[in-house]
Design a protein around this ligand. Structure first.
Ligand code: IMP
Ligand code: MG
Length: 190
């Protein structure tokens, strides 16, 4: 049961995943999320935060973030679909599930798993801004700047990551691997 870096990922449940390499361990992620939470807590002192998680990828990050934040806040979710073809985003975004909380006059913090092309985050920030929040900022666990097509301002960032396809800690490939406690690189087949 070796979970060290650079070795093939071995699940606790004995299921071997030879195509996965650990990029950030669960422990490293927890430390990064804790640091982000401290920064956010400091910046939002005395304000009533509304966290908006982007489904589905942000659900694990958001769950850890709110527990480290440990301040009064509200949580909502949005679900966007991006008509992607393989890895490439088409640039067309549809709001499948809009926020249910009122956004107007609120201090909104969007919580994203990853900013890749930037198309999704740029769309969402503009979409929320039209609802006249008191403020709207972006918190992303990971940023893949080498893939950017649209400029995006990330106010709170966990990790800058290489141009590799990542899974685990909420991130999926074809709905798989979201449950992994680490963030792993999914190696190309062949
Ligand atoms: P965008 O290209 O910045 O619009 O990212 C769109 C979405 O694609 C992200 O919110 C993720 O859900 C997904 N995505 C982008 N890169 C990865 C990755 O490396 N692993 C898993 N999902 C990804
Ligand atoms: Mg996402």
């Amino acid at each position: 049961m070796d979970r060290s870096r650079g070795r093939g990922y071995n699940l606790l449940a004995m299921e071997s995943q030879p195509g996965l390499d650990v990029l950030f361990t669960g422990g490293e992620i927890q430390a990064a999320v804790k640091k982000l939470a401290a920064e956010i807590r400091e910046d939002y002192q005395g304000r009533q935060l509304l966290l908006v998680g982007v489904l589905k990828g942000s659900f694990v990050f958001l769950a850890d973030l709110v527990r480290f934040l440990n301040i009064p806040l509200e949580i909502d979710f949005v679900w966007l679909s991006s008509y992607s073809r393989g890895r490439e985003s088409s640039g067309r975004i549809e709001v499948v599930l809009p926020p249910r909380c009122q956004v107007k006059d609120r201090d909104v913090l969007v919580v994203e798993d990853i900013v890749d092309s930037g198309v999704t985050s740029a769309f969402l920030m503009e979409y929320l801004d039209k609802k006249k929040p008191a403020s709207v900022r972006l918190c992303a666990l990971t940023d893949k700047p080498s893939r950017r097509q649209v400029p995006v301002k990330i106010d709170y960032l966990g990790f800058t990551v290489p141009d590799k396809f990542l899974v685990g800690y909420g991130l999926d490939w074809d709905e798989k691997f979201r449950y992994l406690p680490d963030i792993c690189v999914l190696e190309d087949e062949g």
